[in-house]
Design a protein around this ligand. Structure first.
Ligand code: ADP
Length: 528
């Protein structure tokens, strides 16, 4: 009887406990949902701030007359927009959608560019801003967007908290398997007792009326940690502050190597601050926008400028000329324009071997079925009717650019594009033939190839990159290696002779790159 009572009591407690656990879990779920809903509302509202701000920025440029007022409106709306972007970053961090997204690239020119983009603002305050690196080349996994956000926050703070005639130095060193990026300024410094808190969200050092929100450094810390790095700070009041970022050197994304375009490397002029967002981010896809309405162009640029580099021209004739010269990744064009309309321009682009591969999106105020058909027949890939919304444009662009990547994969497998791309195949054939005709000439390189296909270096680079995903020199090497592989399988010649016949002077280099491409050595392929 006593035992029965105990069992009953035990069972009862178990039920009670279970019921409590279920209740707690429900409550936890409810709180989680509430939190998610709050986060969603926060993100949406923050997002909603951007459109009216964009309009304020756009319209303020149109104010004639009082330059001081105009500048004030612009500065304030710039600050507000920066704040809104920071809030969006924060909410993305909270919801855990931010990830480390590395590409393999040379970190030195990238940090140099970011630093240089602040040179005019530093000059305005008579501050000397320099970049120093103890190495010339350092390739590693890098998340360029996040690193950019981190450095922009640190350098902007340094400029903000450094007086006239001060000094700021951004430097990069390698220590063992890490890079150390330092941002050092000779500014007002941070009191020692406040140092432990400056990376906290919304924390601001007392009695400084410099504006700001106290978010910047918390983003710096979270982003650096997302990149598997560490951030530190040292400061002496009235002497200056030093922020140190340590990032591990890894090569996990090596197959996704980002090559600095030849054209960008040769530009040694520092990008101006106004174009900062567009110029420093050299890995961005280039979009050519052809639109004669300034308001629409402005709106589109605002939508795209974070992700893409956008160049804007006012009519079809100029647009066509620019497209031939720079070979952008995608063109967005209005239809109704003076001089040459969008449909005629699309037709001309598609007929030219230089530009035939470039996808075109046409924009129009009112599209009749007839208009649409005409545009699509001319070779446009998509039509957007004004007023279109942001998502409509960005999704279209994303899918079009993804299709282009699929095309590159197709090329990697078949060494030719699908038959629907006949003009592009003609171009690739020309390239192939030119290299093939000079297979044993190891001096035949980019310059000689450009002369053969009658195009300039940048044009060839951008066209080849768009179609194959390879740089010009990579494609030349790939073609030489493919020919070598064929010869190894067919002929009885010695490996060194075949290497030489395919333009490789050095057999050990040949074996190395051969293994890199095919995963096996020439001797294993060789016909026995
Ligand atoms: P804020 O937007 O207020 O600048 P941050 O998170 O970027 O917010 O910085 C937090 C605080 O740290 C700032 O309020 C500022 O007082 C201090 N601080 C940041 N960088 C520097 C610097 N380079 N020199 C002096 N003080 C700095």
């Amino acid at each position: 009887m006593v035992t029965g009572f105990y069992i009953w009591n035990f069972q009862k407690r178990k039920w009670e406990l279970n019921a409590k656990l279920i209740e707690e879990e429900k409550e936890a779920n409810r709180l989680k949902e509430l939190d998610e809903t709050k986060n969603k509302i926060y993100t949406n509202i923050t997002h909603e701030f951007r459109t009216p701000l964009t309009v304020i920025q756009g319209l303020s440029q149109k104010i004639d007359g009082n330059e001081v007022i105009k500048e004030k409106i612009q500065n304030n709306s710039d600050n507000l927009l920066a704040l809104v972007n920071q809030m969006l970053d924060l909410s993305k961090m909270e919801s855990g959608v931010l990830k480390f997204e590395p590409v393999f690239m040379d970190v030195i020119p990238y940090i140099h560019y970011i630093t240089d983009s602040f040179s005019s603002i530093a000059q305005e305050k008579n501050i000397s801003l320099n970049f120093y690196s103890d190495k010339e080349l350092l390739k590693m996994d890098l998340d360029p967007q996040k690193l950019k956000t981190v450095l922009i926050n640190l350098i902007a703070n340094s400029i903000k908290y450094t007086k006239q005639f001060g000094k700021i130095m951004v430097s990069l060193n390698q220590k063992d398997q890490s890079i150390i990026v330092k941002v050092r300024d000779s500014g007002i410094g941070i009191p020692e007792n406040q140092l432990p808190f400056i990376f906290d969200r919304f924390y601001q050092v007392d009695k400084r009326s410099e504006g700001g929100s106290g978010i910047g450094l918390s983003i710096v810390k979270e982003f650096v940690e997302l990149m598997h790095g560490k951030v530190g700070v040292a400061s002496t009041i009235k002497e200056g502050t030093l922020f140190t970022i340590t990032l591990p050197i890894t090569a996990l994304a090596k197959e996704k190597e980002f090559i600095f375009p030849e054209v960008v490397k040769s530009k040694n002029a520092a990008p101006s601050l106004v174009d900062e967002g567009e110029k420093i981010v050299v890995y961005k896809k280039q979009i050519l926008l052809i639109e004669d309405n300034h308001d629409v162009a402005f709106y589109i640029k605002q939508i795209l400028k974070e992700k893409y580099q956008v160049d804007h021209l006012l009519n079809g004739k100029e647009g066509l000329k620019e497209a031939m010269k720079t070979v952008p990744d995608l063109i967005i064009s209005d239809i109704m324009m003076p001089d040459m309309d969008g449909i005629e321009m699309t037709r001309k682009l598609k007929d030219n071997i230089n530009t035939s591969h470039i996808p075109v999106i046409l924009l129009t105020a009112k599209a009749t079925e007839q208009d649409k058909l005409e545009g699509l027949q001319a070779g446009a890939l998509a039509y957007l009717t004004k007023p279109f919304n942001e998502e409509e444009l960005t999704i279209r662009m994303k899918t079009i650019l993804q299709d282009q990547e699929k095309l590159q994969h197709y090329f990697a497998v078949h060494q030719v594009l699908p038959s629907s791309h006949s003009l592009e195949n003609t171009f690739l054939e020309q390239v192939h033939d030119a290299i093939h005709d000079h297979l044993d000439d190891h001096n035949f390189g980019i310059q000689e190839l450009c002369a053969k296909v009658n195009l300039e270096r940048t044009q060839v680079y951008r066209k080849i990159k768009a179609l194959t995903g390879l740089s010009t020199s990579q494609l030349i090497k790939d073609i030489r290696l493919l020919e070598a592989k064929k010869m190894l399988q067919k002929s009885n010649k010695a490996i060194s002779e075949i290497a030489y016949d395919c333009g490789f002077k050095d057999v050990s280099y040949f074996s190395k790159v051969f293994k890199g491409k095919f995963g096996t050595t020439p001797s294993k392929i060789k016909k026995s």
